[in-house]
Ligand binder design. Structure first.
Ligand code: CA
Length: 235
């Protein structure tokens, strides 16, 4: 059974989500504060975390927790729950390593659908025996079973969303992927600006291990493509 952690200081909302997700067959644990959640996560990580931004006295406690969780696991799916539907919050959450975000006025079926989509993605790893397990494109190696990415044999810690976006782009170098194709391949439903911030974050992560990294090209008005270099085949 999949274990979901809900970190939300408003007791009524926490109870509401807990109840709804249990009905969907998940094991759910609720936490009212960041320290309480963090203590539990240090013992055992959930399979997915739903994290509210404002937690009691901590105005940005959810952002802090996202960063802490991401340091504990590069691939744990994290959804930011926001009462504040501002682009700033969304971009900030994604920048800290969240996979997705939802505003609190989203319906419970919508929440359940987004959670199911994230789980489908983490399950993809073991589920498709005929899929290409190791994708190698020049200096890039993607391990689809372990969900790891290496660039020139150095590990690039990608979130699940980022991993599947890179996978989508790198599988067919030179082919332009538009927003819809990227969303489909990464099983996410987001807007243009969210895709843009994911791509920026991916580029920064690759550039952290290789400042010359320039393989994800923006094709204005169309989408993104993975560029291959002439000497890729030799690597
Ligand atoms: Ca709150």
């Amino acid at each position: 059974m999949k274990r979901i952690a809900i970190v939300e200081d408003a007791a009524a909302i926490r109870a509401n989500y807990t109840e709804a997700l249990r009905r969907h067959g998940y094991e759910v644990a609720g936490y009212a504060s960041r320290p309480e959640a963090l203590a539990a996560f240090r013992t055992r990580l959930p399979d997915l975390a739903l994290v509210d931004i404002g937690l009691g006295d901590e105005v940005d406690g959810g952002f802090t927790l996202t960063r802490e969780l991401r340091a504990m696991s590069a691939t744990l799916p994290i959804i930011i729950l926001s009462a504040r539907d501002s682009d700033f919050d969304i971009v900030a959450g994604l920048r800290l390593g969240a996979d997705d975000y939802l505003t609190k006025d989203a319906s419970l079926p919508h929440l359940a659908a987004r959670i199911a989509a994230l789980f489908r993605r983490s399950d993809l790893a073991g589920a498709s025996p005929d899929a290409e397990d190791i994708v190698t494109r020049g200096p890039l190696t993607l391990d689809v079973k372990r969900l790891t990415a290496d660039w020139h044999r150095k590990r690039v810690d990608l979130t699940l969303t980022e991993f599947w976006m890179v996978h989508s782009l790198a599988r067919y170098p030179g082919h332009v992927k538009d927003r819809d194709a990227l969303m489909r391949d990464a099983s996410i439903v987001v807007d243009d600006s969210t895709i843009t911030s994911h791509v920026k974050r991916i580029r920064r992560k690759f550039q952290a291990v290789d400042p010359t990294f320039d393989r994800i090209a923006t094709v204005y008005g169309m989408g993104y493509r993975w560029s291959s270099h002439a000497d890729d085949a030799a690597l």
